[in-house]
Design a protein. Structure first.
Lengths: 258, 522, 248
């Protein structure tokens, strides 16, 4: 307990603790990702400066804090510890420099623009089709159940190998592509989109992504080569029905797709 | 009904009623609840009927797009059981497949999608497709405990595999599904079926553990040609311990863990000569990268059931030239007359949505491609044979006649052959495996036809494989995403000098601090 | 609540179904006391074949030298076996005219052998519940696989000379037997509710005996030549003749 009250121990614990927090705890927050190494180091450095300001602010604390450091540097009975640190720290620095200097095998960058901005209108099978304000025409025509069954057959014959029975993007071919196929089984996927956006992505596939959507290694085929307009609308409807998600409508306000 | 029968029924109802009562008393109706057919049907219609069909006959809209095809539930013949050959599966057997799916097939596992009660209900509904389930449920087969794995045990397992149980008749000498009887195998519905490739236990339908394998050998895989060895045990021809030895040997044919996906093939630098053929022992010391291969279902004519599911790639270079070695499992060197029945089975059972099927077996194909010019920034050519703006350089090989050529492409089906380097190749087929080597100089003689490679840089690389016996050709086959090959460079001197300098500087600084502090304190 | 209410209904189905089908299958004879012969009449028949018998396809047995060595002229698949105008391997059974059961169970099992990588006999009949003994006389691996629709199938590995026994609990004509190791091997089992069936021999002859007096419909089945039926009347202690004629 005595050690815990010592300013030196406290300072070391605080710095190590904040490093561990940035490195391991922050990624656990919902919606966050692992923090890059450089950012972790930067934050830890800031935390260390804060800790130093704290310990040096009071003269007595500062003396207490310095005591073990000075002892390690000076005391005759700490000769071995001193020698050890003088060996280990330079070797560690050397190792870090070696790691940094060594050429690494880098793979080609795989970025992905998840929701590229759609064009206002597209050429679908040779004719012009305005996407702006476009609704799924099947929702106001014929039997919804029939459209669902049509869409289901199309999905199982064409889409399921990649996007999966579970709509989780893990069909039996999904693992072969990079980036991996999109999932539709959770919030934050197609429920952010109008049906016309989904229509556009199906019709034009990876090759039809805008230039700013590159690098477009998307393996999504150009479905206008295989399916009719009604078939694409039917499979769009199937996606929403099967996943239980609601498409965004044109009336809704919302932030731009990024 | 006899008195005895009535008594049985009464006892059955009584015990069931008390079970339910007990469940209520314990406050756990969810644990011992009855299966709900209506809920099972709703879930089945929504999630299962796309493949297995509304009436359970394995004829959903996707059925023609799959090989092996979806199970027909109306016959109640199930591959993965713990019950004797020919018997019905237990509810646990069915539930195991619903939960975990069938690796190596298109059946996914549902345990992350549906709750446990829902999955029970689906099992109940699936059983309702066949009257056989009215007769009650058989008991699982009891198996003795496994003996410890030993070298002698594995050798014994191998002997049994080859000579006594004769697994090699279908599975082949090294287990790649290339045995003499393999080309004519069909399932109970007459559809072609492959003998399992025993070197890829992560694709075993019922699981890849020794215990899983033992059970398949012990009770058979109903609906397929795989028989049960139960009668041979009863007849004293083989012991259960020997079956364990076979199972352990079969397990040893696969790696300890399934291959992990990695992005970069490292071509190590070697002094002097590159390997002079795909079977050169020099390759044995080179680490291989596993590339998962999947169907070309992007451009017409699409192919939904590729035979090759993975490719192993090795690379070496010597500063002047580079060698790439590929190996993949393929039961036949196509075209092979013996495999005509299999080819016929594939073209009659698989749908041909975009173009008629091939009329006869063609050769096997392999292609590797690179961007013709190193990519600028992050823009790569379209992974499927490039695009108009970004052409690819391809090296293509076919099995019959055995030849390799190089050239460029700007999209699927646009390959233009040419000569842009001193490309040579070698190919060898043995025991259900192709091994192919391409060798060429790093620098292209014609940069309009071939790409050049620079040590110390990554070059994107993608693959294509096709099996002629499986009705595949140079567009109907298996594709990969982009990967990369990195040509190692001998480490430059600065890599070693900088750390030494840094170490010495730090040590010196430390010494100065210590000396200063000691001076001050005295 | 809906789920819980469904429980008793389902259970009564499961329990009741089990009891009833148990009672039915015991009528097949398995555990019951032996039933005496129903009568003393018999039908002695012959199956003729007119015209040129189609040539049977040759079998490539190169993979199994031990089997191939047994055929001096090279192995063929005995699909249509004709000698002196008589057709073998025709399965003949009574399809109507019999009194209600139970029927006497044949005293010995039916036997089918795997010899020289072919089935002998190629066509065999069993009564529901009667044992079918499956022998392997070849010193090599066969798997014997039954692919029925009304019965449960089986697929037995017989790696060496050995024998297995199976039976069927539902009438089914015919149950195909095949060997996955040797794709050419093919046999058929006729499963009948009663013991009044026979298979024509190499001389085309068949005999059905132990019948009560009456008029019966006979059906003759051949794997490629189809089926034929005829009516036959027999007297107590008497013997009627029946003649089927197949042709190419």
């Amino acid at each position: 307990m005595k050690h815990l009250k010592h300013p030196f121990t406290q300072a070391v614990l605080l710095i190590v603790g904040s490093w561990a927090f940035f490195k391991f705890v922050i990624p656990l927050f919902p919606g966050s990702a692992p923090v890059p190494q450089s950012v972790v180091l930067q934050f830890t450095l800031i935390a260390a400066v804060g800790v130093l300001v704290y310990v040096s602010e009071n003269e007595e604390r500062w003396t207490q804090f310095k005591a073990p450091i000075t002892a390690t540097l000076v005391d005759a009975n700490k000769k071995w510890l001193r020698g050890g640190l003088l060996t280990v720290i330079p070797l560690f620095i050397g190792f870090v420099v070696f790691q940094a200097a060594r050429p690494t095998v880098g793979s080609t960058a795989q970025l992905r623009s998840i929701h590229p901005a759609p064009p206002g209108q597209i050429t679908f099978q040779g004719r012009s089709l305005a996407l702006e304000g476009l609704e799924n025409p099947l929702r106001s025509r014929g039997s919804l159940e029939e459209h669902y069954e049509t869409g289901k057959a199309i999905y199982y014959q064409n889409c399921m190998p990649c996007h999966g029975d579970l709509l989780d993007g893990q069909g039996h071919f999904g693992h072969g592509f990079n980036p991996t196929p999109l999932a539709f089984d959770r919030a934050g996927t197609i429920d952010n989109l109008q049906e016309s956006f989904v229509f556009w992505r199906i019709a034009k596939g990876g090759p039809g992504l805008p230039r700013e959507g590159t690098p477009w290694n998307s393996a999504m085929p150009v479905w206008e080569d295989f399916l009719t307009e009604d078939e694409i609308w039917a499979v769009t409807m199937f996606l929403y029905e099967q996943s239980g998600l609601e498409p965004r409508t044109w009336g809704e306000e919302g932030e731009e797709h990024d | 009904m006899t008195n005895h029968g009535r008594l049985q029924v009464a006892a059955c109802r009584l015990s069931a009623a008390s079970t339910i009562l007990l469940a209520f008393v314990a406050g756990l109706p969810g644990v011992l609840r009855a299966q709900d057919l209506e809920n099972g049907k709703a879930l089945y219609d929504k999630w299962c009927a796309g493949c297995h069909g509304m009436t359970g006959q394995g004829d959903g809209p996707a059925a023609d797009y799959m090989l092996p095809r979806p199970r027909d539930f109306t016959f109640a013949i199930y591959q993965i059981r713990t019950t004797s050959n020919g018997e019905l599966p237990t509810d646990d057997d069915l539930r195991y497949i619903v939960d975990n799916g069938m690796p190596g097939s298109t059946m996914p596992g549902w345990k992350d999608k549906l709750g446990p009660g829902d999955r029970d209900d689906v099992v109940a509904y699936i059983k309702s497709f066949s009257r056989f389930f009215e007769d009650g449920q058989p008991e699982p087969v009891a198996v003795a405990r496994a003996p410890r794995v030993t070298d002698e045990g594995l050798a014994e397992g191998r002997r049994l595999f080859e000579e006594e149980v004769e697994c090699i008749k279908c599975h082949g000498a090294e287990g790649r599904g290339d045995g003499g009887s393999a080309p004519e195998l069909t399932d109970d519905d007459g559809f072609p079926i492959r003998a399992a490739n025993l070197t890829e236990n992560w694709t075993f339908n019922g699981g890849g553990s020794v215990e899983d394998i033992l059970m398949r050998i012990r009770v058979g895989v109903d609906g397929t040609p795989m028989p049960s060895n139960g009668d041979a045990i009863d007849a004293g021809i083989i012991t259960e311990e020997q079956l364990w030895r076979v199972a352990q040997y079969v397990r040893s044919l696969s790696p300890d863990a399934p291959p992990r996906r990695q992005d970069v093939v490292r071509a190590a630098f070697v002094e002097g000569d590159l390997p002079n053929g795909p079977e050169d022992p020099a390759w044995n010391d080179v680490e291989a990268l596993y590339i998962p291969m999947v169907g070309q279902i992007l451009e017409a004519p699409r192919w939904f059931a590729p035979a090759v599911d993975g490719l192993w790639v090795r690379a070496l270079h010597n500063g002047e030239g580079m060698a790439l070695q590929f190996s993949w499992d393929d039961a036949s060197a196509s075209p092979d007359e013996a495999w005509d029945p299999f080819f016929d089975g594939v073209v009659t059972s698989m749908v041909a949505p975009d173009a008629p099927h091939l009329e006869a077996q063609g050769p096997d194909h392999l292609a590797v491609q690179f961007p013709l010019t190193p990519p600028e920034g992050t823009v790569l050519p379209y992974f499927l044979a490039g695009d108009a703006r970004n052409p690819v350089y391809q090296i293509r090989w076919r099995s019959n006649p055995d030849m390799a050529e190089e050239g460029t492409a700007t999209g699927l089906g646009t390959f233009a052959s040419g000569t842009g380097s001193d490309l040579t190749h070698g190919a060898a087929f043995a025991n259900g495996r192709w091994q192919v080597q391409f060798t060429r100089s790093l620098t292209a003689s014609d940069p309009g036809v071939a790409a050049s490679f620079t040590p110390g840089e990554s070059m994107p690389m993608a693959f294509y494989v096709a099996d002629g016996t499986n009705a595949e050709d140079d567009v109907r086959g298996a594709v990969s995403a982009w990967y990369a090959v990195y040509l190692d460079v001998p480490l430059p001197p600065r890599v070693f000098i900088a750390p030494v300098v840094a170490t010495l500087l730090t040590a010196g600084l430390g010494l100065v601090v210590v000396i200063q502090a000691q001076r001050r304190s005295t | 609540m809906r789920r819980i209410l469904a429980v008793p209904v389902l259970l009564s189905v499961a329990c009741g179904g089990g009891g009833e089908s148990g009672g039915e299958s015991s009528g097949g004879g398995g555990g019951e006391a032996a039933v005496a012969a129903l009568g003393t009449a018999s039908i002695m028949g012959v199956v003729n074949f007119s015209g040129m018998a189609p040539a049977n396809p040759a079998i490539d047995m190169a993979e199994e030298a031990e089997c191939a060595a047994k055929y001096a002229d090279g192995p063929t698949d005995p699909v249509v076996v004709v000698a002196d105008g008589k057709l073998a391997n025709v399965f003949v059974r009574i399809t109507s005219g019999l009194p209600a059961g139970p029927y006497p169970m044949p005293s010995s099992p039916s036997v089918i052998d795997q010899d020289g990588c072919l089935y002998t006999p190629r066509v065999v009949g069993v009564m529901v519940g009667q044992d079918l003994e499956i022998q392997n006389s070849d010193p090599l691996l066969h798997n014997i696989k039954a692919v029925p629709t009304a019965n449960r199938g089986f697929n037995i590995s017989q790696p060496r000379v050995m024998s297995s026994t199976r039976s069927f609990n539902t009438a089914e004509v015919m149950v195909p037997l095949e060997c996955s190791v040797h794709g050419w091997m093919q046999a058929y089992v006729g499963v009948v509710e009663h013991p009044y069936f026979a298979v024509s021999g190499a001389d085309g002859a068949f005999t059905i005996s132990g019948l009560p007096a009456g008029t019966y419909t006979l059906e003759a089945w051949h794997e490629t030549l189809g089926t034929q039926t005829m009516d036959v009347t027999v007297e107590d202690g008497g013997s009627a003749s029946a003649e089927f004629s197949f042709g190419s």
